[in-house]
Each structure stands twice: as C-alpha cells, then as structure tokens.
Write a protein that binds this ligand. Sequence first.
Ligand code: GLU
Length: 471
Amino acid sequence: MVITRFAPSPTGRFHVGVARTALFSYLWAKKNSGKFILRIDDTDKERSKKEYEEEIKEGLKFLGIEWDFEFRQSERIEIYQKIAFQLIKDGYAYKCYCTPEELERYREEALRKKISPKYPGICRNKKQEVDEAKPFAIRFRVPEEEFEVEFEDIVMGKIKVKTVDIEDFTLLRSDRTPTYNLASCVDDADFKITHIIRGADHISNTPKQILLFKVLGHIPQFAHIPLVLPDEGKGKISKRAEKEISEIYISELKKDGFLKEAIVNHLARLGWAYGDKEIFSIDELVKLFDIKDINRSPARYNFDKLYWLNSEWIRILDDREIVQRLKDFMNIQDEPKVLSIIPQVKVRVKTLKEMAEMIKPIFGITMYDEEGKEKFLKNEKAKKVLEEIVVELEKIKIESENARAEFDKMMKNIAEKYGEKVVFVAQVMRMAIYGKLVSPPLFDVIKVIGKENVIERINSAIKLIEHQNQK
Ligand code: GLU
C-alpha cells in the first residue's frame, strides 16, 4: 500500500509552496488508494508555535486535503533517543565529545586548507564508555569503505554521492534533542512511508538519510519536487506579484475570496501538467495525477492564472453553493434574493470578495462611490435625467414579457433627448440606484430590488444633487 506523509515544521505560516508539497503527497496517496499522514515536525521547541500548527491544519482542511492520521514528533522524543543509543550499541553511531568551539576550529582550519569542512571524525574511534558526565552528541558512523550512495529520484532522476563526501552527521544533540535527520528517518521507517514527496531543498539530506534508512531496515522512494519561483509580475496583478512564495499564505488567499477549487487547481499545475488541460477538480486530480509527470525544472507562481482559474471556478460552481461561500464575505439574510442575482454577478467578477461587493448594494447603499458621485451625480443634467427616469419607469410593468426591451428603449430615448450617450444615462442611473460605477445589468438590479425601491433610491439621489447644488 502507498503511504505518504506531509511533514511541515510549525515554525512559520502556511504558504503556497508548502501547500503544494502537501497536495502532491495527498494526491499520490489517494490515487493509489493509500494513506496520507500528517506529521508535525515540532522538535525545535524555540521556533515551533501552536498557532502555526493550527494555521497549517486549518489551511489543509480548507483546501480539502484530509489526512488519515496525524502525530507530533515532540510526542516521540524518547523513541528517537532510544534508537540513537541503540545505534551506538550496534556500531552504527558514536558519541562525540567535541565542543562547539572545537568544531568551529576544525571548520576554520579545513577552510584555510581548502579541504571539505565536514566533521573530521575526531571521536569516531574513541572508546565509547568514557566520561558520561561530559556532554556528548551522537553521530552517525558513515561507512568507511568508499562507495556511492545512489538513488533514483522519481522526479530528479539518478543521484549519486560518494561516502567520502558525507560527514558523520549528528543524530542526537548534546541536550538529547533529535536532529531532523534522525527523527524524520525513524518516523518514515516506523510508519512504513513508501514515498517521500518533498521540496528539492532536501535533496542534500537524502544520501545521509538513505544510509540511516538502510540501518533502520526500510528505504522509501523519493520524489523531490522543484521550487516554486515568485511571479514575475508581468500581468496586471503586480502588487501581489512582488511577493515571495513564502509570503503568499493560504489563509490570506481565502480571505481575498479565492475558492479552494481554484487554489488547488493552480497549485497542482505548478510543476505538473496533463496535456493542455487547465481545469481540474480535486477528484480529477486524484485520478490523473502521477508523480512521474512532475517537471524537473522550477515552476513559476502566476497570479493572473490564479485569478483566471478563480473566475472559471466561480462560473462552474452551483449558484446555491456560491451563496453559501459568500457568507464569509457578507451578511446574508435574504438567500433567495442573493441567489436570484448570482447568474448576473458570477460572470462579472474574479473573486468572492468582489462578488460580495457587487451584491451588497442590493440591500442598500451605504456609501456612494466618490469618483462616481463626482462624475455622475452632480449637475442639473443628471438631476433632469433621473427625474425623467422616474416618470418613464413608472410606466413599465417590470414583470411583463417585453419589459427589458422597453427599459432599453427608455434609456435610449432619454439619452437622445439630453444629447448624451446611453452609457451616460446608465451611469447616472447606476450611481443613483447602486452607488457604484459597476453593477449587474440595471434591469436585473431593478428586478431584484423592486421598482418601488428603485424609485425611492432615485429620489434620494435627486435630493443629494439638489443639496450639493445649494452649497
Ligand atoms: N519538516 C521538514 C520541512 O518542513 C520536512 C522535510 C521532509 O519532508 O522530510 O522541511
């Protein structure tokens, strides 16, 4: 059975780079009807924070990445310690009494002599039962014979490193805390992880880990996925594009009105493709994803693409579902009313947040757009146009079959009468009944708000113009 794990360190916020690693591990497990484990790598007590762990879990849940099992490394410290000492007994590790100052001295000396600054193995052949009171670390004993540690990375291909180039790495620090290499390998071996899918920044750790895995009796397969590069920002979304990948947080994308479907779709496409297909639901991804198809070269984040995917997904989702999702962005008391305008709004926006902004005025104008007020709710002409609209609108039976055509004709006639283009008349009316320069089509707005209310709003706008003109 395929078993994968996602092993975040709760030392920072949940950003898109990490989320993609989680997604790929999840997809591979699900595709193979396997298990997906969430492991919290919280052995660094100083830097690990509960709030980051929460943010990671919230983010995963929001994206629909569900795990079968979870645990924290901090709960398993004794296990790592026991194994480190056992490795000494079995001859695979040794106690190292070198102090940090000594280690620094060796390093400087090596750099001066222009040789590899790896640990020179001072304590390797020391007798092991020496002074227990003196602090010691436990180091892995890299095999003496010279050979190449070799592995076939599913994404990166064959990788080889000579044992002479691998240092006797630390397993347990002198304060008895495990290193990442020890804790990670022990867990991956204990939980029989079949595929380690993680960022390419861990390639350099892998030869060491393979040596350790051999001793622990379980060697997983590896798929190191390339970095995600920041958006080059050629598109319109330049403000966002300036951000580093580690600064694009899932929780913030959610707050900005991106749908989980679009975020997941976009993450999946960072370094993975399936022909030229662009739109994937998570279920489709489970079916079509294959780690072998992950590209070796770095992918680039692309906000324009994310916005595009988001507007596509807004169109794909059921209108009722959209209304539910909108609840995070606006207070919805009258669901049927909101539902009735969704078809008009969903084709005009890119995010849920924008969508909420476009819907809110249905329930009342809280503030007129300043620029719009300045341009369209100012002079005598605007006032005349609005008065004319009231008179003409009274005559139209909104529910009748040709009401929309009558409305359009009315707008045209008024425009002609005042020597203006229809857009001018429409913008004056839009500002009066919606308070904004953008809205769903005016006729649809009238249908949703009701003619009475529309006329009331127009009269308020007329008063506003009169009031301004008196000043
Ligand atoms: N906690 C490590 C990280 O976040 C996990 C690396 C791994 O997957 O082995 O980089």
